[in-house]
Design a protein around this ligand. Sequence first.
Ligand code: ZN
Ligand code: ZN
Ligand code: ZN
Ligand code: ZN
Length: 332
Amino acid sequence: MELGFLEEAENSWKLQRCYFPSKVGGKPAWLDPEHLPGGEQMLCCICSKPLIFLLQLYAPNDDKIESFHRTIFVFCCRNGGCYSDMTKDSPFRVFRSLLSQENKYYPNEAPDYNNPDALSECHLFTNLCEVCGNHGTKLCSRCKKVQYCSKHHQVLHWKSHKHQCNVNTDEILEFNSPLFPEKEIVIETEPPEKKPDNPDLDQLNEMHAVQDFSDDDLQAAVADITEDKAFSKFHERISREPDQVIRYGKKVLWCSADNIPSEIPPCICGAQRTFMFQVMPQLLNHLKIEHSVTKLTIDWGTVAVYTCQDDCNTSPYIEEYAWKQNVSSTAT
Ligand SMILES: [Zn+2]
Ligand SMILES: [Zn+2]
Ligand SMILES: [Zn+2]
Ligand SMILES: [Zn+2]
């Protein structure tokens, strides 16, 4: 099992796309900088607002020539209301992008991670939204200098851009950026288990020994314990490395026995999707989300990401699948 941790990047240029970064926050470092996903694909399925970049993982697949470079991008909605338990649709969207070693955007050799030279390769494409870094398709009609992914982001940016647009200055005014704080993701191997123990089983056995329960009581009590068990297993496992924000592996570590998907929809190519990694709740601490009593905020127990098992290359950005599991209300 591999774990992802957040680190302050020593140099922000290392998070640019020509260094194939794994990172959280800021603007996406697109792998294919030309054929970006856009339109409907970049809107929240629940509220239809533009999605904001959450994280990307650089995960080359050595088994295939086409996946010499492979990056998975996760976007999410900024609207806290889209994270409630009630919603069937997901406030997340995931894209997978592949490039072979020989491609038109990057040199064949790996970049020198000790020097910012590769940066010159990074800025060839400028088709990006000024606010979020997603595909910019709308030009400011007055100055024709800045692009936006949506009306929504143009309006958001106007407070700052108004000044530049009118008086032609380079002075940049603050605005309420929807981007998350940027940090590098570094991957390490999970340390082994310290000591095996299974106290929950004793508790279950005790329960069976009590004769006075009705069947319904017993059922409910067992359900509670199963729920607690998933929750405590989750916490016990992450206590080995409490700061983990990503887990790569074969099996999802669910935080609750509720709301586990029974079926994952197949990839557009027809192949099954398999679990690739999950986003842990620890990431929420880093996102600096404002909490208020009256408004719902961005929240999750864990987010499991599933990708095409054939790692197909059907388009420059292939949409994949994310399942959000909230912390169960019975586990506190
Ligand atoms: Zn939304
Ligand atoms: Zn935008
Ligand atoms: Zn303008
Ligand atoms: Zn596929």
